[in-house]
Design a protein around this ligand. Sequence first.
Ligand SMILES: [Zn+2]
Length: 343
Amino acid sequence: MLNIKLLSYMKEDKFLYNWNVLGHENIIKHLQKILKTKNFLNTYLFSGPEDVGKKTIAKYFIQSIFCKDQESIPCNKCGDCLELKNGIHPDLIQVSLLENKRDIGIDQVRDFREKFSLTPMRSQFKVGIINGADRLSQESSNALLKIIEEPPKNSFVILIAQDVDKILPTIKSRSQNIIFGGVKQKEIYDYLLNNGADKNLSFELSKFSGGAPGVAIAYLKNPKEWERRKQDLYDTVEIIDSSINDKFKWVEKLVNKSKSADSYNILSKTLIDFMRIGRDICVLKTDEHAELIHVFLQDKIRDIAHKYKMEQFLEFYNFANKSRNIIYNNINPKLIFENLLII
Ligand SMILES: [Zn+2]
């Protein structure tokens, strides 16, 4: 009798689900409630900053549908769990932005539509994931809209995006938007400390991640990459306070670098770096003891904060923010960065 009671209690309890995720408690509760009823909507839109946990939670959500285990979900051992891990589960169809491409192309969406419309093979449900739904071309968006409007029976789509403003409004209005906010710095700090980082690295990374655990965890696994990134950021801060000549040379180097690969990504990431540095400078001007995102650059940032006026950096921040949209439309990047750096 006691055993039966215990089992039914466990089935009601959220810890029945074995999801190894930092933060996002309300989203997890919401999704696990959906899993209990299996009453899925046609489309979910997971939106929020890069590496905040959208893909990880989507992975657990889908794994919890497909996993055959009855007690600890997902079990990570059954055939479905292993196929998902290896990216070969026949009932999960995924689309992502291809390397060096600006958009998700129409051919990719057509291929997705073909595979997605087949009846599920292994599971009761078919699930589609569009990684980077904010990078669909106009044509691809229209093709996707047709799938969302009339999805095959027992199927649903998860759209994953950073910038919801770039998603077709008719797609957005047909989706349940699940918004991912940042994870608390203390939670990320504790996780890093419990996973091999010392106090200094845990503090540096948990601050730098800005609430996105994926950023901190990736650098924890690759310390050399973290050292390289810190040097890059040091150079970026230095250029703000250098001569016009050096600034223009730096811009030319950046623009040349961006010609070789995914131009939008390189330029957009550099603008985000400038925005985050600008934010640190403004914060320091308001409160001398404020905690920075870039704790390892605090001497240089303090130095710049003393030299310039608050208005100059508010304008710098706003200009970098606005430029992110302009960059997307291929407007002359050389001109944008030169204008940004004339403070
Ligand atoms: Zn399993």
